[in-house]
Design a protein around this ligand. Structure first.
Ligand SMILES: NC(=O)c1ccc[n+]([C@@H]2O[C@H](COP(=O)([O-])OP(=O)(O)OC[C@H]3O[C@@H](n4cnc5c(N)ncnc54)[C@H](O)[C@@H]3O)[C@@H](O)[C@H]2O)c1
Length: 255
């Protein structure tokens, strides 16, 4: 884990979704390594427990809650439990997400609604639940968008729509709370080696030429690349960073 800044988050409490895998696990480990007490959330109990073990083995503090972010009540209950446990909230990181490729006309309603619920509705409700506590602590929100939220991509219309919504959620909250100390930012990763990319499904008969513009030339990054940026953006002294959408995508959205 390069560039860890010990003590940067001392006295701070961070809540992270999607913490059982990939970017969520890497950023939970990093924030804990930098001194934050972390409340971590995922629907996969086993992998979430593994993340807790990794954090505690490294000397950090983590409390976990298993739940499905598609349930609005769960989003509010999870934030309430974090406050009950740690008494404050300084950072909310919305990471949980799902992806999948489909011919536009073949994505089912169920697949569409699930993607919208995980990728778009959940960050909205977590922000609603967390904002009062973050206002009290002069805290901040980091939403995980995607390069897919910044460009049109063949075969992933719904994914692109939900990530575009995360970008606009971020900008709109940045404006609504402009007169407070609350900071709201998003990170837009390109391809990152995680379970999500490993298990990514596409129809077998797609036109690969149409995908070339969003595959880029430099391969994929690591979850830690994004964790490092999350820590920088969420850090208490990053007061100049507000309303920003940070790409970390090896140039995919540059041209
Ligand atoms: N990996 C990439 O290439 C990439 C690129 C851009 C953006 N992203 C975004 O980064 C975020 C994390 O992705 P990742 O690559 O680490 O994926 P991942 O699959 O490794 O981890 C996602 C985690 O979210 C959890 N999750 C999914 N649905 C849930 C639900 N309904 N309730 C609770 N938890 C749920 C999963 O159990 C999993 O642990 C996602 O929002 C994804 O869209 C990833």
């Amino acid at each position: 884990m390069p560039y860890v800044i010990p003590g940067r988050f001392d006295g701070k409490v961070a809540f992270l979704t999607g913490a059982g895998s990939g970017i969520g696990r890497a950023s939970s480990l990093r924030l804990a390594a930098e001194g934050a007490e972390v409340f971590i959330h995922d629907m996969n109990a086993e992998s979430l427990a593994e993340t807790v073990s990794m954090i505690t083995a490294a000397g950090g503090t983590a409390v976990s809650r298993v739940g499905d972010v598609t349930e609005r009540a769960e989003c509010f209950a999870a934030i309430a439990e974090a406050i009950e446990v740690f008494g404050r909230l300084d950072v909310l990181v919305n990471v949980a997400g799902i992806a999948g490729g489909y011919h536009f006309t073949e994505m089912t309603e169920e697949q569409y609604r699930r993607m919208a619920a995980v990728n778009m509705d959940a960050p909205f409700f977590f922000c609603q639940a967390a904002v009062p506590h973050l206002l009290a602590s002069d805290g901040n929100i980091v939403n995980i968008a995607s390069n897919a939220g910044l460009m049109g991509q063949a075969y992933t219309t719904a994914y692109c729509m939900t990530k575009g919504a995360v970008v606009q959620l971020t900008r709109s909250l940045a404006m609504e709370y402009a007169k407070t100390a609350l900071r709201v930012n998003a990170i837009a990763p390109g391809g990152i080696v995680t379970n999500l990319t490993h298990n990514f499904q596409m129809p077998s008969d797609i036109d690969f030429e149409l995908m070339a513009p969003y595959l880029g030339y430099r391969g994929q990054g690591e979850a830690d690349d994004i964790a490092e940026l999350i820590a920088l953006v969420a850090a208490p002294d990053s007061t100049n960073i507000h309303g920003a959408i940070f790409s970390s995508d090896r140039g995919v959205t540059a041209g």
